[in-house]
Design a protein around this ligand. Structure first.
Ligand SMILES: C[S@@+](CC[C@H](N)C(=O)[O-])C[C@H]1O[C@@H](n2cnc3c(N)ncnc32)[C@H](O)[C@@H]1O
Length: 277
């Protein structure tokens, strides 16, 4: 559906776009205007609103409308083992944590990992499978997975996927970590039990640290430099000394954060909070 552009619909569009930015830091520049207009037009229809201005009024008075607007304006594209080099690097890091544990340096009972924009769950489940596949593992792990989009979090928690979404799995993982389900295929409980899902807006304070690993991948691209800098500083503060940050391909910290050390690995660049500052 498309909406007729009038002065009042332009004003309502601007109001919603500004509100979205204040609420979620999602910055929709003019170049993405038509995408935003299309999704808002669908929402006008879905909520039986008369106009964009009417949708905005409903949004102000109903948390359900507000959540559905936010959900509709997020892009939840993801996949299992997206950027395989990251999961190889995670395997090496886990081996490092395991030997730190043997020497008593890691003084906490669990390695703590936060997947900070987990979309529909493929990323944190890939982390969990990497942990479970680790040989001679000497630690236990806790994975917190969060996202702004409530529908994505619900789908992630359920752990059911269509068959074709499993095509990038390493050999043997499908049989080891998935089981048939009524709707497609489901992540086995041994994997699901490692991950806790929760809605979280990156505009809010991060969940309390220390985090040994943070995955914040393919979400910085939706923010402007001012918010990227603010967010990265907050992530830095909740990270354990020596903790590692994973960001998406092409999401460089250059120009927005100088706190982290770069940590090149085969096929990717990671960022590390120095052990000693
Ligand atoms: C493209 S997906 C990336 C998923 C996964 N990290 C990956 O790399 O495959 C971006 C995710 O960021 C989430 N997101 C956008 N703005 C957010 C915010 N302010 N707080 C938390 N999550 C946000 C979206 O809902 C979406 O699921």
């Amino acid at each position: 559906m498309s909406l007729e552009r009038t002065t009042s619909s332009d004003a309502a569009f601007q109001t919603i776009r500004d509100w979205l930015y204040r609420e979620t830091a999602l910055a929709y520049p003019e170049s993405k205007r038509s995408f935003l207009e299309r999704r808002l037009a669908d929402l006008v229809q879905e909520w039986g609103a008369q106009s964009l201005g009417d949708l905005w009024s409903k949004c102000l008075s109903s948390p359900a409308v507000k959540a559905s607007v936010i959900d509709a304006l997020t892009i939840n594209e993801t996949s299992f083992f997206r950027m395989p080099a990251h999961f190889q690097a995670l395997g090496s890091l886990l081996a490092e944590f395991s030997s730190r544990r043997k020497t008593g340096i890691l003084d906490r009972p669990r390695v703590r990992i936060w997947s900070a924009a987990c979309a529909t769950g493929e990323e944190p489940y890939s982390i969990a499978m990497t942990i479970l596949a680790q040989k001679g593992q000497q630690f236990s792990a806790e994975i917190l997975a969060t996202d702004l989009c409530q529908q994505a979090v619900a789908k992630a928690r359920n752990g059911c996927y269509s068959d074709w979404r499993l095509e990038n799995l390493p050999p043997g993982y499908r049989d080891a970590f998935f089981e048939p389900a009524a709707q497609g295929i489901r992540v086995k409980p041994v994997v699901r039990d490692l991950v806790q899902f929760r809605p979280h807006n990156l505009k809010a304070l991060p969940p309390p640290g220390p985090w040994d690993v943070i995955f914040c991948r393919n979400v910085l691209i939706y923010f402007d430099n001012a918010f990227r800098a603010e967010l990265l500083q907050r992530l830095y503060e909740v990270m354990a000394p020596g903790g590692v940050l994973f960001v998406g391909e092409g999401e460089t910290l250059h120009l927005v954060s100088h706190s982290f050390e770069t940590h090149p690995v085969a096929g990717a660049v990671l960022y590390r909070r120095p052990i000693k500052e």
